[in-house]
Design a protein around this ligand. Structure first.
Ligand code: IMP
Ligand code: MG
Length: 178
């Protein structure tokens, strides 16, 4: 079998750069929610956010609650106009502070749909935290509250993010030769 780094043409963001930036974002979230009455509900979008979320949450110095939403993907990439929720969050979200944890915001269609859906569950606030952002590809307006890195229009993998279900276990963000 080939090794896990096969077909990676470039390391875009190193493990060390990710670690440092995730620490900064965790410190911001800790500061922003330190006076909250209840722990914020951190809702990860599976599968892509799981590595980022695991690292981020362990660096947040506050109690948090955790849940996940699974959105449908067609083939190997998301088709924005056909985003479907396969598994919803189980936590009671009414009156709660929600932070959505996403791996990468591309067109923004996935998050638009998820935000519209979560608003129907009457949270007291709803914020978005993403590891990566591709602003040049945006089709809908999304306000990002916590963004680790802006990247160019490249197809990337690693740190939880896949191509055809592979490369999620790379510790860095790399560009894959498709
Ligand atoms: P959006 O609805 O277009 O914002 O799509 C966001 C989703 O598309 C992400 O959560 C990823 O699952 C996927 N995606 C977008 N860009 C990439 C990429 O460069 N590599 C891997 N997946 C990507
Ligand atoms: Mg995703």
């Amino acid at each position: 079998m080939e090794n896990k780094n096969a077909n990676i043409s470039q390391i875009l963001i190193t493990e060390e750069e990710i670690t440092n930036r995730v620490k900064e974002i965790a410190a911001k979230i800790t500061n922003d929610y330190k006076n909250a009455l209840k722990p914020p509900c951190m809702i990860g979008l599976l599968k892509g956010s799981y590595v980022f979320m695991a690292d981020l949450l362990r660096l947040i110095d506050l109690p948090v609650e955790v849940d996940f939403i699974v959105v449908s993907s067609y083939g190997n990439e998301m088709i924005g106009s056909e985003v479907r929720i396969l598994k919803d969050a189980f936590l009671s979200l009414e009156g709660r502070d929600i932070i959505i944890i996403e791996d990468i915001i591309d067109t923004g269609c996935t998050l638009e749909k998820i935000c519209d859906h979560l608003k129907t569950r009457s949270p007291s606030s709803l914020k978005i935290c993403t590891l990566l952002n591709k602003p040049s590809r945006r089709k809908v307006d999304i306000k990002i509250d916590y963004n680790c890195f802006d990247i160019d229009d490249l197809f990337i993998v690693g740190y939880g993010i896949d191509y055809a279900q592979k490369y999620r276990n790379l510790p860095y963000i790399g560009v894959v030769e498709k």
